[in-house]
Design a binder for this molecule. Structure first.
Ligand SMILES: [Zn+2]
Length: 297
């Protein structure tokens, strides 16, 4: 589940490795992965990658000639760099960007097998769903692109004050995951952030007092920043299939709270699970499921 720290480390590693790389060809074997048609992917052949960046949970591969690949990994995608080319039957591949060879020493794990020299940037997706997507845009179309145009301010490194952002009656865990409110946080890191801030996931954003807002902002910046510092040590190319997410609360229900020792709990909300510590976050109260399906059973 790549969120801001996972996408940011991917962008950093690829940026280091790919600046100046020349594109030989681009294929989109994933049915429906390519969500744009003009300019065509063939426009990329012969051009250079000028940098790799991030906006929210999206990756941006900037290419010479004012072009940019906008990539959303969704829940199960990875953008990985290999020292050789994928076989035609690699069913996880959604997009293959074939590149010139790495400069000497530029790629670990770089042992080109016969007939497949050159590097390959691969958008791969694990599981059965095809949800990850790609658009090839002109740089001047990027800001107006329908998804990017709706994104809120970046959650890291310096989000704006939360007072205006979080006004309203929606529960915090929902507000913080809403990319139009604040960009980069998803269902994994929201649990960690609220646990760090000692706030109930169901508390309404508009009900926070000034001290709670300050605590929450500090938790957002601190938790995402620490995750990134961890990845700086732990993540190398080609970018692993499974990123070593340093989570303490999310998916740790049933275990002891690392802060107070109370048992971490989980509550189902719509189609996902929120983990939290009752003693630290909800004054000891156990939260009730709000899934409609529960009521109908
Ligand atoms: Zn606790």
């Amino acid at each position: 589940m790549p969120e801001l720290p996972e996408v940011e480390i991917t962008a950093r590693r690829l940026d280091e490795a790919l600046r100046g790389a020349r594109i030989e060809s681009v294929l989109a074997p994933g049915i429906n992965a390519l969500k744009s048609f003009d300019p065509p992917l063939s426009e990329l052949a012969g051009r250079e990658i000028v940098g790799v960046g991030r906006r929210g949970k999206h990756l941006l591969v900037h290419v010479s000639g004012e072009l940019v690949l906008l990539i959303h990994l969704m829940s199960a995608g990875r953008l990985q760099l290999y020292g050789k080319r994928a076989g035609p039957r690699d069913r996880t591949s959604r997009l293959l960007v074939r590149l010139d060879s790495a400069p000497p020493g530029g790629m670990p794990d770089d042992a080109p097998s016969e007939g497949t020299s050159g590097r390959e940037l691969r958008l791969r997706e694990f599981g059965t769903r095809q949800a990850a997507w790609v658009k090839l845009l002109r740089e001047d179309e990027l800001e107006a692109e329908e998804v990017l145009a709706t994104l809120g301010p970046e959650a890291w490194p310096d989000p704006p004050p939360l007072k205006e952002l979080l006004a309203g009656a929606r529960p915090l865990h929902k507000q913080l995951r809403d990319q139009r409110t604040i960009a980069g946080i998803g269902r994994s890191w929201v649990d960690e952030i609220l646990w760090h801030a000692r706030l109930s996931p169901y508390k309404r954003g508009g009900d926070l007092d000034e001290e709670e807002r300050a605590r929450l902002r500090e938790a957002i910046v601190g938790v995402l920043g620490e995750a990134l510092a961890h990845y700086e040590q732990a993540v190398a190319l080609p970018i692993p299939d499974k990123l070593p997410m340093p989570l303490q609360v999310h998916r740790h229900e049933g275990e002891a709270c690392p802060r107070c020792g109370d048992t971490l709990r989980a509550v189902h909300f719509e189609d996902y699970v929120i983990a939290y510590c009752p003693a630290c976050q909800t004054e000891g109260r156990v939260l009730k499921d709000r899934r409609l399906s529960r009521l109908l059973k």
